[in-house]
Design a protein. Sequence first.
Length: 429
Amino acid sequence: MKTEVKKLEKSQVEVKAVFDKEEWKAAQDKALDKVAASAQLDGFRKGHAPKGLIKAKIGAAALQSEAVDVILSDSYSKIFIDNGINPVGQPSVSIVKMTADELELSFTAPVAPEFKLGEYKGLDVKKKRVRVTEKEINEKLEQYQNEFAELVIKEGEDAVAENGDTVTIDFEGFKDGVAFEGGKGENYPLELGSGSFIPGFEDQVVGMKVGETKDINVKFPEEYQAKDLAGADATFKVTVHEIKSKVLPELDDELAKDVNIDGVEDLEALKKHIKEQLKSSKEAEAEEAFNEEIIDKLIENTPFEVPDAMVETEVQNIISEINANLQQQGLTLELYQQMTGQTMDQLKADVRDNAEKRVKYQLIVAEIVKAENIEVSDEELAEEIKNIATYYGRGEEEVKKIFAGQEDRIKEDVASRKAVDLVKENVAK
C-alpha cells in the first residue's frame, strides 16, 4: 500500500491509498471466504457451496465491494497512524478506482487546526477590585426585616390598600366580555408591588377598601404564554376581602438571632457576616469576569478556524452538561425543551458559539503548554488524585483504580491549569 497526504482547507487532510495487486487480491479472497461461509445455494449445505459458483452468483462488483470492507477493516487505522494523522472526527472514504487488479481509495479527515500562537503574556486584562458598601449591607438587612415581618390586619373605614400590603381578593378575568380559562381565583393573597400579576393590575388595586369591588383593565404582554391572551385587552372584576400591612421587626440583636446563622448572636456580627458573604460573592463574580476576558483576549490574539467536527463534539458535551444539571434538579432534557419550547436543533444552535469558543480556548491553552514546556511531576499528579478523592468523597486508592491508565489525561488537565495560571500571573500590570 502506498499513501499520499494532502492538506485541505478548514483543517482537513486527504489521504490517497493505492493498494498493490497482491493486497487487493488477498482482500478479495478473504471477502469470498466470508461470503462462502454463510452462503446458501440450492443443492448444497450452508457454507459448503463451491467458491466458483458463489463468485459467479454474487458477481464481481458485489465481491469487490465486500473486499473494500475487508481492506478498511484491516488497514483503516494503519493508514492514519503511519502518516501521523489523528482525526478529530469521523473520516469519509470514497473509491477512486476499483478493478479486479487495482484499488485506490481516498480518505478525507478533519484534524486539529495548525495555527501560530498569538500573544499570551502581558494581556491588557485587569481583575475588578471589589468593595462592599454600607448601602448593600443595609439592603440585605432590609431583606431580613421583610423576611421576618408580621402581617397585621388593617381595620377601620379609612383603611385602604397600599404598596407593600397583602390583600386577599377574589378575581375573575374577561376578554371581550367572556370569562377565560385560568383567570379566576378566590381568597387569593397578593402582595401589592411584588409584580406577581400582569403589569398594571396591582397598581389599580392600590387604594381599594375592604368589601369594595372594582373593574381593573389591563393588557396582557405580547410574549404571554397563553397565545390566545398574548397582547389582548382584558378586564378583571376584583373584590377585596382583607388588607394586611407589613410590620417590620426592629433592626436589633433579636433579629440577628432570628436569622439563625452559626456564630451570629448580635447585630454587629450579622453585619460582619453579610459583608463577608457579599465580598465573597463579588470576588467570585470578578474572577469569572476576569477569566472570560482572558479567554476573549487569547482568542482575539490567535485567530484561526476550527473544523466543524470539533465544534459538534463540544456541542454534544455542552448538551450533556445541561442534561446532567437538569437531572440534579429533578428535571429531564425533554421536559426542559417542553418548558422552553425549544427543539434539539434550536438548543444546539444556541450553544454552538459557546462550543466553538471553548474548543479554540482549549487548543490555545494546549499550545501554551507546549510553548512553555510545562510538565507535571509525579508529586503533582498524586496531589491532583488526592484533590479528586476529597472532592468526590472517595478514597485515594479507589480513585487511582478508577483512573488507572488515564494518568496522562489527568496530567494534561493539571498542565492546562498551570498554563492558565501563567497567563494570569503575566497580565499587564
